[in-house]
Design a protein around this ligand. Sequence first.
Ligand SMILES: *Cc1c(COP(=O)(O)O)cnc(C)c1O
Length: 345
Amino acid sequence: MKKWLIRNVENVEKFFPLTEEEKKAFKEVISVYPFLSTSYYLSLAAESPAIRKMLLPDLREIDESIQSKGEDDPLCEERDKRTLHLTHRYPDRVLIVTTNFCPVLCRFCMRKRNWKRPTFFIEDPEIEKAVDYIKKNEKIRDVLISGGDPLFLPVEKLKKLLFKLKEINHVEVVRIGTRAPVILPQRLFDEELLETLEKAEKVWINTHFNHPDEITEISKEAVRKLLKAGIPVNNQTILLKDVNDSVETLERLFRGLQKIKVRPYYLFHCDPVKGVMHFSTPISKGLEIVENLFKRISPLAIPYYAVDGPGGKGKVQMLPNRYRKEGNYYIFRNFRGEIFKMPDR
Ligand SMILES: *Cc1c(COP(=O)(O)O)cnc(C)c1O
């Protein structure tokens, strides 16, 4: 297997020493939830306690008293599939899960259920089926390509999918969800990949920075290459307990992203996924953080805080409650906490 992928504890210890607790977690957890990282991301972990928490196995992942309330697939992505890889929930957009391969297995992964399956990359006949489904449904204007990490599909496959989508007139946007700029920015230095994304024309990248320690010179360089190719870059963060659940950390993250021209799009409340429950915070914590962000920075650097409803109910975007109606008036609360009203005329 590839040299830049690190799978076992001996190789991790070449980057930094592990505590007894971390060694124990490696022993007991990886038969259930394996470990995988790029050497690049491990080198970041050596310097960052927050990144270590996102990357290293944790005994709480297999602690039933913590995980029993979680489910393998709380969002019912499997139930709502229309082809083997395509989920259609909202009227104008679909999700295609193209692979379960990622070069880093993030401990908070919402698709941890797919870790147990042998590695798959969408087969060509399944690309056809997904594309046919989209062709027949003219309301679909936005196609999300997710995984795993789609930028690690064999590039011929990615090309095939993207160029077929390019030909469908009613598809206006193709969003690729990838952590490559975070966990292996070097991937974006591949000319063939970059050219593919550029020539596919409709591509937007949704990347996934969770912590300011992940914004490095080289990740900035990767983003710059995407922007230069005319590809908008947005970011989805997950609110993770003891990793980024403070207004100071998220302010630094979102300002850092804006500085490298990545628009913070979503701050997701952590989904109730089995094996991930120890990262969960109260919803009120997220709302309080967002409330404080609005006091401090421009909305251009503030993502939507959102829950994804269990049972496939879909996403709900939340804002702090800053207005209400009273009779013929709206009562507002501004960034300083001052109250004012305006008539509804
Ligand atoms: C999140 C998601 C989308 C995209 O939702 P947006 O709010 O437009 O980002 C589409 N389909 C499914 C199944 C999803 O989970």
